[in-house]
Design a binder for this molecule. Sequence first.
Ligand SMILES: Nc1ncnc2c1ncn2[C@@H]1O[C@H](COP(=O)(O)OP(=O)(O)OP(=O)(O)O)[C@@H](O)[C@H]1O
Length: 591
Amino acid sequence: MRPVRGQICLAMALSVLSALAGMAALGFFAWSINALLVRPDQWPWFGMGGLLGSTIASYALRLIAFDQSHYGAFRLETRLRTRLATHLARVPLGDLQGIGAGGLAKVIQDDVKSLHAFVADSTPLYARAYAMPVASAVALCWLDWRLALACALVLVAGVVMMALAMRGRSDLTRRYNTAREAVSAAVVEFVQAMPVVRTFDTGQATFSRYRQALDEYLQILVYWYRSASFNLRFALAILNPLTTLTVLLWLGAWLIWRDSLAFSIWLTTLLVGAGMAEAMMPLMSLAHMVDKAKLSIARIDQILALAPLAEPPGRGLEPANADVRFESVNFRYSPDGPAALTGLSFVAPAGSITALVGPSGAGKTTVARLIPRFWDVSAGSIRVGGVDIRELDHDTLMRQVAFVFQDSFLFTGTIAENIGLGQPSMDRGAIARAARAAQAHDFIQTLPSGYDTQVGERGGQLSGGQRQRITIARAILQDRPILILDEATAFADAENEAALIAALSVLMRGRTVIMVAHRLSTVRDADQILVMDRGRLVESGRHDDLLADDALYARMWRNYERAQQWTLHSAAGECPGMTTVAIATGTERLI
Ligand SMILES: Nc1ncnc2c1ncn2[C@@H]1O[C@H](COP(=O)(O)OP(=O)(O)OP(=O)(O)O)[C@@H](O)[C@H]1O
């Protein structure tokens, strides 16, 4: 709360003043009743005026206190979200993947919101819940110590019962939250996996995981209720103002009967004592809110504690040209995980095309993702224009490199916004020119709102090939000297592929291109082909040289050529009752 501490302290102080004004109102009330009883013929103007004034003051102060705490909470919420977002942008992607999109969204949304609720609603109540009993106790002692003592005994009994009810609460709160999170995760999985699940079963398997999570949640709730319920109810009964009132009523009546207490004092203690017990009541729900806030704080801290990627001290260097050099690069996704890359060295000269090929899991995508520093290398270095990428400012590196990935990500927004991403000053003409070069203009024109069409969440309204061409248009507009293509034609169908290859050839012109490709047809004309296997570079050269070497690449090429000739035979003859449906959209692939 440090950034808004002043405002929250003010809110708490105002809340205490409001509680004191409330107590003063009770005093004026008792004074007026007593005055009326003593002199029924005279209207107690002073007491009545005081009552009105202090009641208005109490309400006004309370209102301002909550205003202040809410404004403070809004400021805190914005600051925290901004801080989290800025921090996340500098943390290695691998760490974020470990937490998962759901977990991150929960911290940024729910945890920050629960802190907001705590700061906005609880802080004034907290101050009041502590100040009121203390102020009441002082007032009661001043009025009559015997009645004050009786009140204190009731209160102590109530607090002891409350402490018993809340024993082990932290552990239970933690278990409760874990169970609740498990339910949320199971729901998300159930919903997200629906398209996949439905093709295998009716959702029973995933649903049973959801039900199991629900059962565990229910068990904890029942246990919590049972274990705390007696003590809790007893505590609530004791702290109920009626209990204090009854004790004060009987004791006061006895003292009056013995002529050792004035009626006016008795009346005032009844009013103040009842308020004292009542002020304690919110402490229990506040304790729960504090626990929740603590858990949220712990999760927020966990994210803020993730070490960001190292930034160069002072101003970073500028690359001399657009070549990319890997020098003895070793890389593991986690410190104790297997090596994804081992001793990888190569140079992609400025303006040349380098293709990465190799069997699945060879490390091709890893190479592509290390260049924009999604992760940092474990050993060795990657240099752009002669400078280690760790010594380049993040912005400088981003100005050098453009990416077109297989799972091209579009943001919720219009097509124009997606093409012009990161370049808000770009005008419509430039966006349309980039879209034309990316062969995307024609299909965009057929959409109902053209460039203003909303692409839907993650670009869900568009086909894979269309999304890809929008990403290519974005890369053309960015006009950066180095281009990383990862499976850029993966989603293309026959018609799309021709458009995509035309778009890519515009994009690749004059740039240093590093492309990951499965379909060997797309790498034939590359200036150099790097053949990878299990994280190592095993061959390199041009297509014809590699074929002549007759090693891994030559084998892959032969397999690839054979695959071109595959046809799908109707299996109906061999497997009665089975219908084979093939939707072929390209000459190379069958989906
Ligand atoms: N995020 C990750 N966390 C941990 N290990 C990973 C991660 N991504 C990839 N790997 C592992 O690193 C190795 C190289 O993977 P990579 O995706 O780079 O291979 P690839 O050659 O691109 O494969 P493919 O052609 O199938 O896409 C694999 O063993 C893979 O299991």
